[in-house]
Design a protein around this ligand. Structure first.
Ligand code: G3P
Length: 219
């Protein structure tokens, strides 16, 4: 399973990239606005830090303008994945840009039929939003499982990029149902390593080791 970080905060990306666990980054217009940075500049900086796919979202709503914006964003680097919303204009843009050999991430996916359309449009990634479905009392994880079943039925190469991840349980469940990628806020990624019994056990090991008076490294 690939781990993408869902943020445009450079310091957070650098910190996690140092762990070797970062396979890519996703951004969206809201995350860019939150960063307070120039869009093109911050995406270029992220694409330098993380060699994996970096999603940058178009903001036009008609296909011709989306295609032009997507081509402009793709100039930033070969690891840019152009992000388009799941609309007919977005799907047309996905078809054009994927035929030009560009990575496309189709986002704001909330149904299996939408994901089927994205795969048929040649999407590199589909981004179903788990948390936002849960927010309205639906089962976001069920959508991931439904998409996995459909994609496997037809050997679609589109990768399921589970998004709107709100808990560490979402990460485990995505791994269990077979999502290819999760994209999560830095805090969720950092929390994956935490367990109180690990901390307690390590403290006990170190306390007992200290009693031996030994060191592993001489001098
Ligand atoms: O990548 C999509 C993600 O940023 C949306 O997450 O928590 O705003 O639903 P959220």
């Amino acid at each position: 399973m690939k781990f993408f970080i869902d943020t445009a905060e450079i310091d957070q990306i650098r910190e996690l990239a140092d762990t070797g666990m970062v396979d890519g980054v996703t951004t969206n217009p809201s995350l860019i606005a939150k960063s307070g940075r120039n869009f093109i500049e911050v995406i270029a900086e992220i694409a330098e830090i993380v060699p994996g796919p970096v999603s940058a979202e178009v903001t036009a709503t008609d296909a011709d303008a989306m295609i032009a914006e997507g081509r402009e964003l793709a100039k930033i680097g070969d690891n840019i994945a152009v992000k388009v919303p799941l609309t007919w204009a977005g799907l047309k843009t996905c078809r054009v840009l994927s035929d030009e050999g560009r990575m496309v991430n189709v986002t704001l996916c909330f149904s299996a039929n939408q994901a089927l359309l994205a795969a048929k449009a040649g999407a590199s990634f589909i981004s179903p939003f788990i948390g936002r479905l849960d927010d309205i009392g639906l089962d976001g994880m069920e959508l991931i499982a439904d998409i996995r079943e459909i994609y496997d039925n037809y050997d679609f190469e589109t990768e399921i990029l589970a998004a709107s991840i709100r808990t560490v349980n979402h990460v485990q469940q995505c791994a269990q149902v077979g999502a290819d990628v999760i994209t999560a806020p830095p805090a969720i990624i950092k929390s994956l390593v935490k367990h109180p019994l690990t901390d307690k056990g390590l403290d006990a090991f170190l306390a007992d080791w200290a009693k031996t008076g030994q060191t592993i490294l001489k001098g």
